[in-house]
Design a protein around this ligand. Sequence first.
Ligand SMILES: Cc1cc2nc3c(=O)[nH]c(=O)nc-3n(C[C@H](O)[C@H](O)[C@H](O)COP(=O)(O)OP(=O)(O)OC[C@H]3O[C@@H](n4cnc5c(N)ncnc54)[C@H](O)[C@@H]3O)c2cc1C
Length: 390
Amino acid sequence: MNLNATPAELEFRNELREWLAAHLPQPFEGNRSEEERAYFEYLKKWQRTVYDGGWAGLSWPREYGGRGAGIIEQALFQEEWARAEAPPLINVLGLSLIGPTIITVGTEQQKKRYLPKILSAEEIWCQGFSEPNAGSDVAALGTKAVRDGDDFIVNGQKIWTSLAHLSDWCLLLVRTNTEAPKHKGITALLVDLRTPGITVRPLKQMTGESAFNEIFFSNVRVPVENVLGEIDRGWQTAIATLMNERANLGTGSYVIFKRNLDALIARSRTVKRGTTTASNDPVIRQKLAQAYLELEVFRLTNLRALSGMANSKVPGPEGSILKLYWSEMNQRIQQTAMETLGPHAQLEDFDGGRWVFNYLRARGNTIEAGTSEIQRNIVAERVLGLPKSY
Ligand SMILES: Cc1cc2nc3c(=O)[nH]c(=O)nc-3n(C[C@H](O)[C@H](O)[C@H](O)COP(=O)(O)OP(=O)(O)OC[C@H]3O[C@@H](n4cnc5c(N)ncnc54)[C@H](O)[C@@H]3O)c2cc1C
């Protein structure tokens, strides 16, 4: 892996730096949990600006509105984004897992129809895989779709669907063949969430926000042309999505992790610890240095994953290494934040409640996108070649 930027890549960085300086919005002023809709619209508008500027879908093919950028440009992009403290892009699931799946298995018509609107945030996407009795073993799913002419009729329930209450579309896994072995009777559907028969019910999380939902489907008609991949072979589509999820979600999070750690280090210099500040506490200094090292390891592991994907175009099981690492690293760093800032960091009026929110939100990191146990199973089987688990 050659990490030396060429003159063209440096020009890319300068162009991005100038663009960000000229277009960065004012920070969102309100309380993000209480004014969720306003914050959502703020981020949607920002993603539209990013798209109009030609910076959305950096690694996506140019013919679908992306920039066709290479690994060094993606790494430079992340660094500049973090440096400028630019807000995140709201259509995170569309950009990191659903769009890449459409690029891999979608028809030409589907690519033209859906990809540009994912990039511009005109259509927000969610991922309807998990069910009350099918999480780690998602192939056990029971939501059924029965063919009726040119439509499927869908009945069943999904759960833990992030962003569904704000989304327009859902990549939905359904069972289309109840006779076949469980991995062989699944189909992936692109579902318009405004179709009659769909009810989205937000679930309250321990952070106080309702970022994920239950979705109920009652006789919902979905056109057969909305099948992504092949009928009854949706498991292949699901695997493409899950591989992208594991490899890409953390990549996008680097910017957020970096910003949070920088803020924590800065805060350690002002927060009181006895007669001095936390930054003078010998144990805290060790922990902050350790957090810095871990984030560097993550950055480099990230580059290795990007480099692998640049060669193969599809993420491999190594994505599980990345997912396992960032999710457990973030929990350790949030623990360090609590120890650095002291008990008052648990109060909502301490720095706007950002530290307690981050600490509580990090608990879900080792569950979402596949639990740590599932990632270790994948590494054991597919990277180390150990026997399959039961
Ligand atoms: C914040 C958050 C956001 C999410 N967003 C989405 C979303 O947008 N869309 C979506 O579809 N889902 C989403 N999920 C759901 C998530 O994918 C599932 O929670 C996850 O896959 C685990 O499934 P489960 O909750 O049913 O737990 P279970 O599968 O019941 O697992 C329970 C425990 O058993 C362990 N376990 C299970 N099987 C094995 C095994 N074979 N070997 C060893 N240990 C095992 C697990 O590691 C876990 O500790 C989200 C979850 C969270 C927390």
